[in-house]
Design a binder for this molecule. Structure first.
Ligand code: PLP
Length: 392
């Protein structure tokens, strides 16, 4: 490929076509703003899909990564490091669930793989998961993900998984038996377009799990670490899960995942049961500690709660929006027509990056440091964007 080729052409010639053509080639970012290779600026309302918690180039994250990398960049899991221990302790404290243990990974799918293996150590194999849920693309995580288009090309997948409609406590109760190892739920379904279950659903899931001696596993890969205005999206429910999986926003863009076993569930994996070369890497753990410290020091949970409500109210004011859902800065909305791809393209022309998880749904998951000015600019542009696609 010649040097005259565009980045898009070079991408197509050198990267596997698993994602389709990229929308832009981005070259730098600052706060909630990114710039493409042509110098055009965008407000990033997707944040790397709920990952860039502190936005782009945050000094606390840069300092933590730089300083840890220049001190101790990697050791094998034959050895412990201070950031790894500190982060595990911090996550257990934030979870406020008493005792527990953490296994670190590099991604959400791997956190779920670890959790899936952990559930097998109960001696049971059956897992009940929700239709519309998304848990990742590795074979185990895929087995727990209901979407047929993702599953079909890779079957047979690990079996003994039952899918039930999300939010339906009766369906859950009917599916779980004394042979069930775990119930797996997202506290809010992110990839489905931010679907919020009815009040009391997680508590009902806890009760069903207890009745049958099953584990309750909450996938907070997308919803965790401040995204919804709380450390964990399930916190308001008062439910104590047995397993929580995290990734995405945890280290603000540095690859990391975590499988947290609460109480006795933390002891189910024994020496030799699982492993990883990079999981628990000290640089990734230092990055996560910096993210958590910044969320605490800058009062970002409160900021996310207030700004998220303002965004939801503003977006819902347009009659072409039929429903707005979510908490904090994880926001999903439904449009009257199936034009979310066109709306996403129009938003980009106006300088805003948003996401269209389904034909009539738009999702926003901006950096937690999104400013009031950026939110106001988007709300001002929103009716104009919709006019462009749907007419006024
Ligand atoms: N679980 C949930 C709820 C997710 O939203 C995702 C990714 O979108 C995953 C798991 C998979 O995470 P990763 O892409 O880091 O493997």
């Amino acid at each position: 490929m010649s040097d005259d080729a565009t980045w898009g052409e070079r991408y197509a010639d050198s990267l596997m076509n698993t994602f389709g053509p990229p929308k832009l080639t981005l070259v730098r970012g600052s706060g909630a703003h990114v710039w493409d290779a042509d110098g055009t600026e965008y407000v990033d309302l997707l944040g790397g899909i709920a990952v860039n918690a502190l936005g782009h180039g945050h000094p606390a994250l840069v300092e933590a990564v730089t300083s840890q990398l220049s001190t101790l960049g990697h050791v094998s899991n034959f050895f412990a490091t201070e950031p790894q221990i500190r982060l595990a302790e911090k996550l257990l404290t934030l979870l406020d669930a008493g005792t527990g243990k953490v296994f670190f990974t590099n991604s959400g799918a791997e956190a779920n793989e670890a959790a899936f293996k952990l559930t097998r150590r109960t001696g049971r194999t059956h897992v009940v998961a929700a239709a519309g849920g998304f848990h990742g693309r590795t074979m185990g995580a895929l087995a727990l993900t209901s979407k047929e288009a993702y599953r079909a090309p890779f079957e047979p997948l690990p079996g003994d998984v039952t899918f039930v409609p999300y939010g339906d406590a009766d369906a859950l109760a009917a599916a779980v038996t004394d042979e069930t190892a775990a119930i797996l739920l997202e506290p809010m379904q992110g990839e489905a377009g931010v679907v919020v279950p009815p009040e009391g659903y997680l508590a009902a899931a806890r009760a069903v799990a207890d009745e049958h001696g099953a584990l309750l596993w909450l996938d907070e890969v997308q919803t965790g670490v401040g995204r919804t205005g709380a450390w964990f999206a399930h916190a308001a429910s008062g439910v104590r899960p047995d397993i929580v999986t995290l990734a995405k926003g945890l280290a603000g863009g540095f690859p990391i995942g975590a499988c947290i076993g609460v109480g006795e569930a933390g002891d189910l994996l024994e020496p030799g049961n699982h492993g990883t070369t990079f999981g628990g890497n000290p640089v990734a753990c230092a990055a996560a500690l910096a993210v958590i410290r910044t969320i605490e020091d800058d009062g970002l949970l409160e900021h996310v709660t207030v700004l998220g409500q303002k965004l939801r109210d503003g977006l819902a004011a347009d009659p072409r929006v039929t429903e707005v859902r979510g908490e904090g800065l994880l926001i999903g909305l439904d449009l009257v027509d199936e034009v979310s791809a066109e709306v996403t393209a129009a938003a980009m022309r106006h300088g805003f990056i948003v996401n269209n998880p389904t034909p009539h749904r738009i999702r926003l998951a901006p950096p937690l440091v999104l400013t009031q000015d950026d939110a106001d600019a988007f709300l001002a542009a929103w009716p104009v964007i919709l006019d462009e696609v749907m007419g006024s």
